[in-house]
Design a protein around this ligand. Structure first.
Ligand code: GLU
Length: 305
C-alpha cells in the first residue's frame, strides 16, 4: 500500500460488508479510484459496517482481498465504522444541543401508511416534532428538516434538487435499534477524513440532499459529488445481494477491470486485451475524464446480472 502522501484532495470507496463485491460495486470502486488517482488525490477505504444487523461475517475481509486482486490499492489504514460509535454519538449530541434533532416514538407499523419517498423509505409526517407525550421515551432521533429545496451540481448527473421536507420529512439519525443511521455516519466520516471528492453509485443520489442538510447542521464542509451509473440486470434492477448479483471473485481480474472501464465510458484499446488490472488502471488513469462517463442513473452490462 502506498502512503497517503498528504494529498490535499481525497476520494474514498465505502463498501457495506453485506456480501462479496459484485460488478456494480466494482464500477463504483474503479470510478472513485480513477477520479482520485488521475488528479493526484489520495484514495481511502472505509468499511461501512455501521448497520451491524445487515453485515455478513467475513464479507469485509473478502472485499479487501478482492480490491487487492483488482489492483485497487488504497492509502493508509482502513476505517471501520463499527469502531466509531462514540464519534457519531458526539455528533448527535451537538445536534441535540442545537435543537436540530428530536426524539421519536413512532414504530414502523405507525408509519406503514405514510407516502413513499423517492428512495422507498416512508415519508415522516412530523408526528413527534413538537414533543413526546408525558412518560414516553424516544425510540429514535430524527433531524428536523425545514421546507425548501436542497440543490447541488453533481459532476456527472448535473443539477440535482430535492425538497427533503416534502419528499422525505424529518429523517432518522439514530435508529430505534440503537445503531446510528448511515446518513449521519457517512457525513461525519467523510468530513473527519477530509474527503473532498465523493464518487459513488447513483443509487445514493437520493441520499445526497439529506447528507447536505446534515453537513450544514453540523457545520461540516461539503465535498464534491459524482454519481456513476449503477449496473442493472435484465429486469432493470440494480445489481445487489437481493437480486443475487454474482460475486466477481471467480472471474479473471483483468477482465472485470476492463469491463468496469467499458461501463464507465473508457473502453481499453485492443492492445490491452488480456492485460492485468494494474496495467489497465495505469492506462485509464492517464485518460480519465468524468465527461466520458454516461450521464444516466443506471445501465445494464452484458455478462453481469
Ligand atoms: N456503503 C454504501 C454502499 O455500499 C456506500 C456509501 C457511500 O459511498 O456514501 O452502498
Amino acid at each position: 500500500m502506498s502512503a497517503p502522501g498528504g494529498a490535499a484532495r481525497k476520494g474514498r470507496f465505502a463498501p457495506s460488508p453485506t456480501g462479496p463485491l459484485h460488478f456494480g460495486s466494482v464500477v463504483a470502486a474503479v470510478g472513485s479510484y480513477l477520479d482520485a488517482r488521475s488528479s493526484g488525490a489520495a484514495w481511502l477505504l472505509r468499511i461501512e459496517d455501521v448497520d451491524v444487523p445487515r453485515c455478513v461475517p467475513g464479507a469485509a475481509e473478502g472485499i479487501l482481498r478482492t480490491l487487492e486482486r483488482l489492483g485497487l490499492e488504497w492509502d493508509g489504514p482502513v476505517l471501520w465504522q463499527s469502531s466509531r460509535t462514540e464519534v457519531y454519538r458526539a455528533a448527535l449530541e451537538r445536534l441535540m444541543a442545537a435543537g436540530r434533532v428530536f426524539g421519536c416514538i413512532c414504530t414502523r407499523r405507525a408509519l406503514a401508511d405514510a407516502r413513499l419517498a423517492r428512495d422507498g423509505t416512508r415519508r415522516y409526517a412530523g408526528t413527534c416534532r413538537d414533543g413526546l407525550p408525558p412518560g414516553r421515551t424516544a425510540r429514535a432521533f430524527r433531524l428536523r428538516v425545514e421546507p425548501g429545496c436542497v440543490r447541488f451540481v453533481d459532476r456527472i448527473q448535473g443539477p440535482i434538487e430535492e425538497d427533503v421536507a416534502a419528499d422525505v420529512g424529518d429523517f432518522v439519525v439514530l435508529r430505534a435499534d440503537g445503531y446510528f443511521a448511515y446518513q449521519l455516519a457517512v457525513v461525519v466520516d467523510d468530513a473527519e477524513a477530509g474527503i473532498t471528492d465523493v464518487v459513488r453509485g447513483a443509487d445514493l443520489l437520493d441520499s445526497t440532499p439529506r447528507q447536505l442538510l446534515l453537513q450544514r447542521a453540523l457545520g461540516l464542509p461539503q465535498p464534491a459529488y459524482a454519481h456513476v451509473p449503477v449496473v442493472t440486470n435484465g429486469a432493470g434492477e440494480k445489481l445487489s445481494k437481493q437480486t443475487l448479483a454474482q460475486a466477481v471473485d471467480g472471474l479473471a481480474p483483468g477482465g472485470v477491470v476492463a469491463d468496469a472501464l467499458r461501463f464507465l465510458g473508457h473502453p481499453p484499446p485492443a492492445a490491452l486485451g488480456g492485460a492485468a488490472p494494474a496495467e489497465l488502471l495505469a492506462w485509464a488513469q492517464g485518460i480519465w475524464s468524468l465527461a466520458r462517463v454516461p450521464c444516466v442513473r443506471g445501465a445494464p452490462m452484458p455478462g453481469y446480472g
